[in-house]
Design a protein around this ligand. Structure first.
Ligand code: GLY
Ligand code: MN
Length: 462
């Protein structure tokens, strides 16, 4: 964990942003995999970890605003736990490591909250995203689980988003360490992407590198020669010449910070001309949109810049036509680039998404669009120094979408459907980097991972 001053400072910041009442942040419980004793790898709740640091199940943190007290509720282990899981420090001793002096068993939490409620105090809590937490909230607060979402504290969500959005030097170092693990994952995957190899051999190797480099992957590995399916978790295809392999994967650190990197390579290690043409457009969109990143600019405008580069490149090779600005304004490019340019990244790979995507990525000034494509942009608002985000443009040839738009006669003034037909067997390409917004511009985090055509061919030759 970080030094206890880090957690004390974070709670102090939160305290200064909440007017009154009691902040309750639940830690996660263990989750059953296929029977109760066979559990998933434990993953602490990110906000609990951010403010209270401890990485064990069944804990809850309280920040009492008026009384200026913090508490950790949790049970000490008993002899059965010690036999199976080994000795553990008492909750009291663990809490002191993160600067919390008040501890109590879990059984006292309900009483604490009931007392606060009966004194007319507000309980601020975040939206639960796991069934176990939802039930725990119902039991603690006496609110039916279907109603819980109506009682979450928007004041708390906004305060936490404001604090967690700005990464300090220690957080940036954690993220950067994980980008360097992703470097090993991706350069290894590139070298393995040869005809005859099964996708799962590469996906499994990437996952193993992550585990040995810090922790589990930060989200299930996306790896496929069918990259036109944006989040393809099927790893059963045999690689063959002529396809591109998309690998979108990152690692999570011991302190729960993520990386999220995508590289796309030609199976066999040499781009053919058609692959070069499309790849270079995506690379230009990635590089030029990264170069536009700086505080004060909206990420929506950076997304639209990437969209214009994509539309213009596709026009140059005859897949699109007409006025590029108008095509992007109307959303015609989204047949090829149907997702957003990127998202916040930190302790969650889509950072804080569980608190509500629009609270994280949008604000009073920049509202989410409902246009196909732009609607999927997770981060649209103005950038600030200290944000960490992804920049991940792509071009995809999705046969079902092409057929549907063609049948509907959509954007025939901007899309050259006859030529697009000949690309239906292409697949997809995405290139993703993790970027820090600095005081004046940006920094691409981590050791540069090969991404030009020459660098990729060179890496795959080795
Ligand atoms: N890397 C997966 C995603 O950003 O959705
Ligand atoms: Mn991403």
């Amino acid at each position: 964990m970080f030094d206890k001053k880090v957690y004390e400072e974070r709670r102090k910041q939160l305290r200064s942003r909440i007017s009154s009442g009691v902040v309750l942040i639940l830690g996660n419980q263990d989750a059953a995999f296929n029977y109760p004793a066979n559990i998933y790898h434990f993953r602490q709740d990110s906000s609990f970890s951010y403010f209270f640091g401890l990485d064990h199940p069944n804990l809850a943190g309280i920040i009492d605003i008026e009384n200026n007290n913090d508490y950790i509720f949790g049970n000490d282990v008993d002899i059965d736990d010690i036999i199976w899981m080994g000795p553990q420090e008492s909750i009291k001793d663990q809490a002191l490591l993160v600067g919390v002096e008040n501890t109590d068993p879990m059984s006292k939490l309900e009483e604490f909250l009931k007392n606060a409620i009966s004194s007319g105090r507000k309980i601020h809590f975040l939206p639960p995203y796991r069934g176990e937490s939802l039930i725990q909230m119902e039991e603690l607060l006496g609110i039916h689980h279907k109603q819980i979402k109506n009682y979450v504290s928007v004041e708390l969500i906004k305060a936490i988003v404001a604090i967690r959005s700005i990464k300090d030097e220690y957080e940036i170092a954690e993220i950067e360490k994980m980008v360097d693990v992703a470097y090993k994952m991706h350069t290894t995957a590139m070298k393995m992407a040869m005809p005859g190899v099964i996708e799962r051999e590469i996906a499994g190797t990437m996952e193993g590198i992550s585990l040995s480099g810090g922790g589990p992957v930060s989200f299930p590995v996306i790896l496929s020669i069918n990259g036109q399916t944006l989040h393809n978790h099927f790893h059963g295809n045999i690689l063959k010449e002529g396809r591109m392999m998309v690998a979108d994967a990152g690692a999570e650190s011991e302190l729960l910070y993520s990386s999220d990197i995508t590289r796309t390579v030609p199976v066999g290690g040499v781009f053919n001309q058609r692959q070069k043409d499309i790849y270079q457009i995506v690379l230009d969109a990635n590089v030029k949109s990264i170069e536009a990143i700086k505080p004060g600019i909206t990420y929506r405008s950076v997304h639209l810049l990437a969209a214009r580069i994509i539309a213009s490149g596709l026009k140059d090779i005859g897949l699109m036509k007409g006025d590029v600005d108008e095509a992007v304004r109307q959303g015609a490019h989204a047949m090829f680039f149907p997702h957003g340019l990127g998202h916040m990244m930190g302790m969650d790979v889509h950072d804080m998404e569980g608190l509500g995507e629009n609270y994280v990525g949008y604000d009073e000034e920049i509202k989410r669009s409902d246009q196909f494509g732009l609607a999927f942009l997770r981060l649209g608002r103005k950038l600030q120094s200290g944000f960490v985000l992804t920049d991940e443009p792509g071009i995809y040839f999705i046969p079902a979408l092409i057929d549907q738009w063609r049948k509907e006669g959509k954007f025939t003034e901007f899309i050259n459907y006859d030529k697009v037909e000949s690309f239906k067997d292409f697949g997809g390409i995405r290139i993703e980097d993790d970027i820090l917004v600095t005081d004046t511009s940006y920094r691409v985090l981590g050791k540069p991972i090969p991404k030009t055509i020459a660098e990729i061919e060179e890496t795959m030759r080795k």
